[in-house]
Design a protein around this ligand. Structure first.
Ligand code: NCD
Length: 335
């Protein structure tokens, strides 16, 4: 490990108070739950992004460090996940910590015996320093946080929020285009159930952006969130047609129609293929723009688009690990 990297990154002396209490670090995220993006202002976002860039540099140079040695993360996923769970696990391990992974099927845990969320949380907090939770119900992360003494990180509460995804999405926009202010951002697909869209929109209204929302009628952005956009005075428009927005878009944020949220599958079939990003459509877009997607995709972006340098979704995936490294370090008071 190179001291030239470790010194500026991890000289914690000025961050620690005399008694070493985890909650009294100058870093305001120490000991905090991460439930909604509403808790982040631009100063905190800049702080997390700066730490994430340091994490990227550190991984490139030395792969991992011992910053969180001895700390344990419990990953509790009641819904499927590839990227979110894997990147949290990789993030914790690259920082020297370890993981209790209840990610590949709570059916093998006592949840299948009927254990409640509060009891499962109160059990896991006895073994861990931080819990990452994904659950199908809106507000479940808040419930968990009400019971837990250790920080809860919301990794998706049904169609509610997905704050850590929004952090990595915003970080990617800044990384790819060098700024956020002044951009025209179009969100496409399932804006109703897509929790990543909800969280990202709430973050973006803190910036000087124009927002375009493209969806089938039944999958429009929820009114509560649209009202926040309007109250923030943003230039905003809704449409059903991607072709109308692609020419001016700096960011095209594409999402999957969330099949698992539909009670009527016939309705899902009607809207599933309404928006597809093809090379022909990309020919209409600006030369300097980015196409993003939280993934998984199920046909919304054609594979032929992947070779386009503007396709940023796999770079976006990688950023997820750096953001989650920064966040874990901050929440555990080691940033
Ligand atoms: C998203 C999710 O779970 O909300 N996936 C992710 O975390 N990268 C998007 C989705 O499932 O469509």
């Amino acid at each position: 490990m190179s001291p030239s990297i470790l010194e500026p990154l991890f000289d914690l002396d000025d961050l620690l108070t005399k008694n070493g209490d985890q909650r009294s670090f100058r870093n305001g995220l120490a000991g905090q739950d991460i439930l909604s993006v509403s808790q982040f202002d631009r100063t905190v976002l800049d702080y997390i992004f700066a730490r994430a860039r340091e994490m990227r540099e550190m991984v490139a140079q030395v792969s991992g460090v011992d910053l969180l040695k001895g700390r344990v993360l419990a990953c509790l996923f009641y819904e499927p996940s590839t990227r979110t769970s894997a990147s949290f696990i990789a993030a914790m391990e690259r920082l020297g910590g370890s993981v209790i992974p209840i990610t590949q099927g709570v059916q093998f845990s006592s949840v299948s015996k009927g254990e409640t969320l509060p009891d499962t949380i109160r059990t896991l907090e006895g073994y861990s320093d931080v819990i990452v939770l994904r659950h199908p119900e809106i507000g479940s992360a808040k419930v968990a946080a009400d019971y837990a003494q250790v920080p809860i990180i919301n990794a998706g509460d049904g169609p509610g929020e997905h704050p850590t995804q929004a952090l990595l999405d915003l970080f990617t926009i800044q990384d790819e285009l060098g700024r956020i202010d002044g951009l025209n951002i179009a969100m496409v697909g399932d804006l109703r159930y897509g929790r990543t869209v909800h969280s990202l929109t709430k973050l973006l209204i803190q910036y000087d952006v124009s927002l375009r929302f493209v969806s089938p009628e039944i999958l429009r952005l929820p009114l509560t969130i649209m009202n926040q956009v309007i109250d923030a005075g943003k230039d905003v428009r809704e449409t059903h047609n991607v072709a109308e927005v692609i020419k001016n878009a700096d960011v095209l944020y594409v999402t999957r129609v969330q099949k698992e949220r539909f009670t009527d599958l016939a309705q899902y079939e009607e809207v599933r293929d309404q928006h597809e990003i093809t090379p022909e459509l990309m020919a209409e877009a600006k030369e300097k723009m980015v196409v993003m997607h939280p993934l998984p995709r199920v046909g919304e972006i054609h594979y032929a688009v992947d070779a386009d340098p503007r396709a940023a979704y796999f770079r976006q995936v990688k950023n997820g690990m750096y953001i989650r490294m920064a966040l874990l370090a901050a929440v555990l008071g080691r940033a």
